[in-house]
Design a protein around this ligand. Structure first.
Ligand code: ZN
Ligand code: ZN
Length: 348
């Protein structure tokens, strides 16, 4: 099988021929059909964050594919079933976070494409319980971006407890932002989208944003405040200035929701305004399996649209450059169609 491998932080990925792995106890072997390229993968490949991924690294936490092998003891998944392998590759199931419905905060979790090999490969192993079934009617190309970009923004909107009639400002209309706009609309909010490229703002309008601000041409704080201010500001961009802009665009009682993870990020907020305006600051990390089930459900019901383009895995480094240059409409998704698919995997 082909797999993209990063041997050293900051080095380009190489696409190598690897043995198809064998599923261990509790695992499934999945023949991948698609895997999205999330900005997190780029941080992982560079070792940008305090918690480093294991090397050699095969990134990818938007993998979607068909189960071809079952490890010992797996009874809840079937050969031939389509599943998604999100960031949350495993959680313990017993800690206070797992038990009270916040498995995304489990301290014993491991993450696909970070702690264990991910979806930039033609096959991967997954903990069967964390391989989330993809309903019929959702294509792998749509399911892949929903598996991180979708669930992450869906959970962000849920965590901000947005109510109908509130205004949500979405800072950054990319892979995550184009879905955030739609989830904010689905809960009844008015949506203002902020970005620095007109194409992305046009996309946001097309997906239901009520108002857009081009931050290259106008001060987003002024523009949003003139439009009535934001009750919730979701930060999906990584430029440091955006965090303060998002804070300054909030109304009283507003919630600042931090989602994007710049390489070296700190924010400084004025205590006086935070207290007097009753502002909440919320960190929101991916979502639970149940969140992903709901994301898929909404998509199957026709409530969301995924904007993505496909790339071949051999172009992994070019694809990273494309994402960094900001020229990608929303999401890039690697798709896998090779002679490999005709060979039975060794693990089944
Ligand atoms: Zn991601
Ligand atoms: Zn746990």
């Amino acid at each position: 099988m082909r797999a993209a491998v990063v041997a050293e932080f900051g080095a380009p990925a190489t696409v190598e021929e690897r043995e198809v792995p064998r599923p261990g106890s509790g695992q499934v072997l999945v023949r991948l059909e698609a895997c999205g390229l999330c900005h997190t993968d780029i941080h992982a490949m560079r070792g940008d964050w305090p918690a480093k991924p294991n090397l050699p690294l095969t990134p990818g936490h938007e993998g979607v594919g068909i189960i071809e092998g079952l490890g010992e003891g797996v009874t809840t998944r079937e050969i031939g079933q389509r599943v998604a392998m999100p960031w949350l590759g495993h959680a313990c199931g017993e800690c206070r976070y797992c038990v009270d419905g916040r498995e995304n905060l489990c301290e014993k979790q491991y993450n696909n494409g970070y702690g264990v090999p991910g979806g930039y490969a033609e096959y991967m192993l997954a903990d069967a319980r964390f391989a989330v079934p993809v309903p019929d009617g959702i294509s792998p190309l749509d399911a892949a971006p929903l598996t991180c970009a979708g669930v992450t923004t869906y959970a962000a909107i849920k965590n901000a407890r947005v109510t109908p009639g509130e205004t949500v400002a979405v800072f950054g209309v990319g892979g995550l932002g184009h879905l955030a706009v739609q989830y904010a609309r689905l809960v009844g909010a008015k949506v203002v989208a902020v970005d620095v490229t007109q194409e992305k703002l046009d996309l946001a309008t097309d997906l239901g944003a009520d108002h857009v601000v081009n931050a290259e041409l106008a001060d987003p704080v002024k523009a949003i405040n003139e439009w009535g201010g934001a009750d919730v500001a979701v930060v999906l961009a990584v430029a440091p200035s955006v965090f303060r802009q998002a804070f300054d665009s909030l109304n009283r009682g507003g919630r600042l929701v931090l989602v994007s993870l710049p390489a070296h990020g700190e924010i400084t907020l004025p205590i006086f305004e935070t207290v007097l305006k009753g502002i909440s600051v919320i960190g929101s990390i991916v979502g639970t399996r149940q969140d992903l089930v709901e994301v898929f459900d909404l998509h199957a019901a026709g409530r969301t649209r995924v904007i993505a383009e496909t790339r071949d895995l051999d172009r992994v480094n070019d694809s990273v450059e494309e994402v960094l240059s900001g020229t990608v409409p929303a999401r890039l998704v690697f798709t896998y169609h090779t002679a490999d698919l005709m060979r039975p995997p060794t693990g089944s």
